[in-house]
Design a protein around this ligand. Sequence first.
Ligand code: GUN
Length: 283
Amino acid sequence: MIIDGKVISQSLKDAMKIEVDALAEQYGRRPCLMVIIVGDNPASRSYVRGKIKATEYCGFDGHLVELPEDVSEATLLAEIDKLNNDPLVDGILVQLPLPKHISEDKVIAAISAEKDVDGFHPENVARLWLNQHCILPCTPKGIIELLDQAGVEMAGKKAVVIGRSNIVGKPVAKLLLDRNATVTIAHSRTKDLAAVCREADILVAAVGRAKMVTAEYVKPGAAVIDVGINRTEDGKLVGDVDYEAVLPVAGAITPVPGGVGPMTITMLMRNTIECFLNRMNNK
Ligand code: GUN
């Protein structure tokens, strides 16, 4: 089975569009997401375009704030502070990576935790690990949603996550743990990685290396979630999984593109609605 993230994502966005019209009616305004981009990295530009498009599709307010590559850290922090203090702004996202002269840690911590739609703020990260109410990071949240929608049981299953990043590997492992999977976090230094992965009923690949996960990594019937975004020499977008080789072995698999990617943006929309509701209901 191919888990079609595009189709699942579209139906979630269609439902949110209707929900947002009802929220506008009820609260007298729409959820508002502000996206900040610094410089003109082509990949970042393309991601941000997708986020703004989804914002418009779902009927949110908000827009893109474009700052030049050489903007000072102080100016960026002042812009964030302005949005933090704007009562009509529900969500703030600063597209990463940032130019070297700006501290990403400082910028992430400067965004008000209640408006942190990415779920990157240390307060949200801590709350996730403490099982407290928090904003979940979009990609891990989207992966769990994909598994749910595909009917993949997590409770009692063995999950292996390859990758230990703050944005994907660690939080997705925590969310799988919360669904009562038994979770192993593997990485590039894991000994006999293929054998470790072959134990998994659910295999999440988030390493950033094209075609690293071959058929020998996959237990027959396993659900394989490909979080990789890699460019081949001829510019083609490919995941971390050797899709053609793994497809006949896996029980379910997400393609790249059209798997996890669209879900990340859709969960960003979901988080914006949640931030709006939390603020309107003063939680
Ligand atoms: N750069 C790559 N992925 C992301 C993301 O999910 N959020 C932000 N803010 N920047 C990113």
